[in-house]
Design a binder for this molecule. Structure first.
Ligand code: SF4
Length: 91
């Protein structure tokens, strides 16, 4: 069931990238989600939260990774996320 959730999120991100194949942000969304998202990680939030919490500062896309939206995003999981909006510019 949780693995289905991961696949559903990845499929939505792939679809967005397919619709806009030159979009760097959509490519990075998919890359980061594929890299880190684990729906079994209890209490770690949705895929954006998990990517936002990534600690791999040596990764080439670290400063470009997606952050939690602070509200419902269609490629989030089932529930709206309530985390504060964080952007790379606010760091
Ligand atoms: S920034 Fe983090 S989550 Fe994104 S690809 Fe790099 S290591 Fe993975």
């Amino acid at each position: 069931m949780k693995e289905d959730q991961r696949e559903k999120v990845l499929a939505r991100l792939r679809k967005k990238l397919d619709a806009n194949p030159k979009s760097r942000s959509k490519a990075i969304d998919l890359l980061c989600c594929q890299c880190i998202f684990d729906p079994m990680a209890m209490g770690s939030g949705g895929w954006r939260s998990q990517v936002g919490a990534c600690l791999n500062t040596t990764c080439g896309v670290y400063n470009l990774r997606p952050m939690p939206t602070g509200g419902y995003d269609e490629d989030d999981e089932d529930e709206p996320q309530t985390e504060a909006i964080l952007t790379n510019e606010e760091k």
